[in-house]
Each structure stands twice: as structure tokens, then as C-alpha cells.
Write a protein that binds this ligand. Sequence first.
Ligand code: PLP
Length: 371
Amino acid sequence: MKPMIDLKKQYLDIKDEVLSILNEILEGSQYVLGKRVLELEENVKKYHGVKEAIGVASGTDALHLSLKALGIGEGDEVITTPFTFIATAEAISYVGAKPVFVDIDPKTFNIDPIKVEEYISSRFTAHGSRIKAIIPVHLYGQAADMDPIMAIAKKHKLKVIEDCAQSFGGDYKGKMTGGFGEFGCYSFFPSKNLGCYGDGGMVTTNDTEMAEKVKALRNHGSKVRYYHSVIGYNSRLDEIQAAILRVKLKRMKRFNELRNRNAHLYSKMFEGTGITPPFEDDNGMHVYHQYTVKTSGRERIIEALAKEGIASAIYYPVPLHKQDVYKNDYQGLSLPVTEKVSNEVLSLPIFPELTEEEIKKVVSTILTVLG
Ligand SMILES: *Cc1c(COP(=O)(O)O)cnc(C)c1O
């Protein structure tokens, strides 16, 4: 089966470097939050041009700890997109706040700033406001429209937490995603653009005080060992994952360029067919965590690809307000763009090492179905 992302191919390319570092770490005796985590944090800071970077246990934790550090909790509302991985909303629920789902832009699939403003206006006049923050997600590797989002946040004194789990290295108008809001939250799950060999995540911020809070929260609310000032968590990054991430971070620019190149090869081949290739907004470089097309004939395509041993996936088949876990709280909420798009999207294999031949094969298989 040709997978969505071939992690083995990438491993074989970096194997020698990874194995020698693993051996060094295993023979040393510092396995959690040691010098490799510090080095990775330094490297990520430089890469993004931000003041602070804090390694945590996952992308979900990065979001959760950011919300905690901002003091968001019971009774508060946090605006986000319904068209994302569940973790974005879960983090809001963890702190006792309510996710407010606002519809997306039909072209970029990212949260629509006009709808954000509409929601805020309606709530400010009617009820005062419990709205505390906005979490835009840079979906599939394309930056959300940050200028209007930041302007809305400023006007209404809201915090912005960017969910960058899919956009490591992507930018908006020349500035990397993650550097706009109070926090940038990253996931290093193996399939992400920068992925480790287990779970991992990172929080970035330009606010030193906030960084101190996240650092304490990730480690049992403690700044000095065995002295605890708040209830924290066990959310640390380990040395092995940090060291592997450093090996990959050195190659990150090239990896993202290759993803972008592969996406363009696909899109060119889909020109003039019944497949709608992803829209690329010229605000920044799309780093193609996913290559996601729109089609009305999704089921037949999935079947034809599977017959050829080619994987495909639907990110995401059910919008968050329609998920079992949330649907009772959002009865009557209609988000037509999201609901339509979730029936049409299909993601195809994309990764740096994918070859032009393989892309041709995927496309020709799809085109035979379309006839
Ligand atoms: C992967 C992902 C997360 C969660 O990251 P984990 O490291 O798996 O916890 C959050 N948000 C989005 C958009 C993601 O794609």
C-alpha cells in the first residue's frame, strides 16, 4: 500500500545520524527535559524568530497549557473553527471553556474572519462578553488570514492562540505562522511536517512571563524542583524525541519546499479535470501538510485508489459541531460552508520523498474513474 506519508523512506535517509544520537542519549542518563530539549527549543526559536519556545508532550498539550497560562476557564468562550482535528476544541473543553464554532472560508478552509466579527458583534451587544480568545488553525499547512484576525482580537481585547500543528515553517506575508498571537502551538506527531518517533509538541511565544507559566505548567507547576506554585501537569518532551527533531529541523526548509513542489505537480496534472485542486492563497507559502482536493465523486475515487494500493484520507468527515461528543450542545447550529466542504474533501498522499512518477500514478488512477 502506498501510504499517505512514507515515514520509512525518510527514516532511511537520516538513519545514521539518528542512530548515533540515540546511542549517545541511551548511554548518557538524562532522558527527559535535558540539554537536547534545550537545544531544540533554541533551534525552534531561531527558526521562527520568536523569543520563547517550550517543549511539551504533544500538540494537544501545547494548546491546553496555553489556554491555562492565559487563565481561560469555566464560563469563558473561545472562538475556533469546526473544520479541524478534534484536539483544537478538546483543549478548550479541558479548561472548562466553551468552543464557539465559526464557519470557514470556502476556498482556504480556514476560519472566516468576517464570521468571527459577526459572532462577536452579536454577543457583545446581547450579553456583554465571555469571549476570551480565538484559536485559528492553519489548516493543511496554509496560514489563516491573520491580519483581520489580529485586528479583531485587538479591537475586542481577545487573545490569539495559533494552532500550528499542520503549518510548521509556513508563513503569512513573510512572517512564520505561530508568531502572530500570544502563543503558537505545534505538534510533532510522526505524520506532521516536523514529526518525531512518538508524541511531542511545542509552545512558542514572545511573552517571557507567559513562557514561564507554560514552563511551570508542563512540569507539575514547579520552577524549582519539589516546590510547586500551581497545579500543573506532566507534559514534558523527552530527550530522544528532541534529538530526532533536531536532525529533521535541519532539513525542514527543504522538506517543506519538496511538499510544495509535489503539490504543484499534482495541481498541474489536475488542470482541466473534474478535480478541484487546493486553493493557494498568495499571502504565504503553503507547506502542504495535506494535499486536499474537492470532488463530488469521493467514494469512487477512494475505491479506485485502494485497488491500486494507494492510500487516501478524509480530513475531516464530520465537522466538530456534528460530532457525537459535541452535537447535543450545538443543536440548531448551522455552518453551511463547513458542512458542504466536509462532504467533498479528499486528501492524497503527500510527503517530501514522493516522486513525480508516483504522483502521475495517483492522478491517472483518479482520472480513470472520472472518465
Ligand atoms: C495533530 C493536531 C493537533 C494535536 O496534536 P497532537 O500532537 O496529536 O496532540 C492539534 N491540532 C491540529 C490541527 C492537529 O492537526
